[in-house]
Design a binder for this molecule. Structure first.
Ligand code: UDP
Length: 329
């Protein structure tokens, strides 16, 4: 199948591009390179530098490349910024996505894979989180993703769109060969910050909150390897043959891992100490967030390879040690 990957030069998108090719499909990338890295996409993959809101440009790509499925990873992801600048998030994450869907509709492309988030659940009452848990986002980032989910249901009913919605937990790690990996600017994620603190390239880690009601007092999260995540997306392609359906799947390992456990894993894998200080809690951080992803495993035949946090952190370290300054710097 010909697969258009919007945001294919970003962290998750670029790993998906490689998995799409590995599964025997033909990836085509569109990315405006605001946050993406051209170097993250192999030179032999067709690459269009354009905005998703450019309906003429996107429409031409859909037709010229005979696109069967669109996968959409092009979103802004900073929770704090979404509170400060919600307009930016609504326009990029909602309006541009609606424009992409309208272009698909006008060109008769009816299969869509959407990158959503556990942030759609807000602060859940029970753990692990199943897909039927109430959705109640506590920040504009999560809200924009949920708004798109709602639009997908309406479009499926009205226009026969079929969509796979994936709610990610903590996407982490890097490709096994260390060729591509995580390079956000600014970086806010725990694993790259802890690795940077260990190597001395970044300041000592601020551990946000040591007094949570968890076994070691630090937050519990569910770290899922970016290649495991990507493979689930491709496994969903077959489901999209049925028109007018929206599927929703959590993607996580289901294993809660604390911030201190991540620090210990980084120390073991790198052989270096992670200097850190206990800082106040970060606003909006729930004590524990982890997935029940049995639905994805059952319905997609999805298998998690990186169950063990050390192997996940080792893949991040492999990328980092080969590219200490990220892409092209
Ligand atoms: N965290 C931390 N210090 C940092 C960044 C993150 O203690 O500099 C903690 C954060 O409070 C959360 C966990 O690490 O409990 C994962 O945070 P991250 O930002 O990587 O992902 P999130 O769970 O917010 O999506």
């Amino acid at each position: 199948m010909n697969v258009l990957i919007a945001g294919g030069a970003g962290y998750i998108g670029s790993h998906c591009v490689r998995q799409v090719a590995a599964a025997g499909h033909r990836p085509v990338v569109i990315d405006n390179l605001v946050f993406g890295h051209r170097e993250a996409v192999a030179p032999d993959v067709p690459f269009y530098e354009a905005n998703l809101g450019d309906e003429a440009a996107v429409g031409k790509i859909l037709v010229d490349e005979k696109i069967d499925i669109v996968m959409h990873f092009a979103a802004y992801i900073f929770v704090g910024e979404s509170v400060q600048e919600p307009m930016k998030y609504y326009f990029n994450n909602v309006v541009s996505t609606l424009q992409l869907l309208r272009t698909m509709h006008s060109k008769g492309v009816k299969k869509f894979v959407f990158s959503s988030t556990a942030a759609t659940y807000g602060i859940p009452e029970k753990m692990p989180i199943t897909e039927d848990s109430p959705t109640n986002p506590i920040n504009p980032y999560g809200r924009t993703k949920l708004d798109v989910e709602h639009a997908l249901h309406a479009f499926a009913r009205a226009y026969g769109l079929s969509a796979a919605v994936f709610r990610y937990f903590n996407a982490s790690g890097a490709s096994e060969d260390g060729a591509i990996g995580e390079d956000h600017s600014p970086e806010t994620h725990l694993i790259p910050l802890a690795i940077g603190a260990a190597t001395g390239q970044r300041p000592p880690l601020k551990l946000f909150g040591g007094d949570y009601p968890t076994p070691d007092g630090t937050c519990l999260r569910d770290y899922i390897h970016v290649d495991d995540l990507s493979r689930a997306h491709i496994a969903a392609f077959d489901k999209l043959a049925e028109p007018g359906k929206v599927f929703t799947w959590n993607l996580g390992t289901g294993t809660p891992v604390s911030v201190l456990e991540i620090i210990r894993a980084v120390e073991k894998v790198t052989g270096k100490k992670v200097p850190y200080t206990i800082a106040p809690r970060r606003e909006g951080d729930p004590p524990a967030l982890y997935a029940d992803s049995t639905k994805a495993q059952r319905e997609l035949g999805w298998k998690i390879k990186y169950h063990d946090i050390e192997s996940l952190v080792a893949s991040a370290w492999n990328w980092h040690s080969k590219h200490p300054n990220g892409y092209g710097k």
